[in-house]
Design a protein around this ligand. Sequence first.
Ligand code: ATP
Length: 241
Amino acid sequence: GRCFYFDETTSTNAFMLGHAAELKSGDICIAEYQSAGRGRRGRQWLSPYGHHIYASMFWRLNGDISQASGLSLVIGCSIAKTLSNFGVQGLGLKWPNDIYLDHKKLAGILVEISHCTDQQTELVLGFGINMSMSAEQGELIDQPWSDLSSLMSMPDKTELLIKLHKTLKADLQLFEQKGLEVFLDRWNEFDLFVNRDVTLLMAPNSVSGIYRGIDEQGALILETEQGVKRYLGGEISLRSA
Ligand code: ATP
């Protein structure tokens, strides 16, 4: 595989999306700084200099777009496992795409579709992880955030990136062969808000209930007064009540 390394770029996802035709599964793009780091629905991922991780991996899945459902959960599991192997404790996953440390946002995942047909789906799998963020840098983030600086021993960034890349590739292969089911135990180990009152924001609506985890497709299970409902798809933000 290839690694595209930038001191600065607009967004590693944008770079990969722009070069998809030349890419192979497992190719990765890494930047030290993103001038236009992206979150979901046009939100921003704050991406200052400072040895933070901004990376995107390209992946081609066999099958149509429905095969990609639950993929952001797999990536979350993959990153959480890798970080915990580096001794990080207090990790949590928030459906569908966020990684928390001590209940504050540590990392984000952004899955974007580059191209899809009935036979094949090309994806760009982006992730950002805060390594050691200064208070001034973090001031611009509009929700509680965390980084890895409070750890006893901070992982070496290159070593962490190599492990993340390796684990992600292996987990994606496993996902292609066996589906989401083999990741459910791992997801449950890290899942935040299970059995808690939550609100799902789906602009312009919202719905409240008790969060009961996920099903085999990666859908969120919500127990509401009108019965159990399932939600699949990315345009939803979960909030604890
Ligand atoms: P939310 O995290 O609010 O539930 P979301 O999952 O849709 O929503 P993302 O698209 O994953 O959010 O990430 C964008 C949001 O993450 C921003 O709106 C901001 O609140 C927060 N954010 C941006 N940059 C960082 C960062 N470096 N570290 C932690 N959080 C960040």
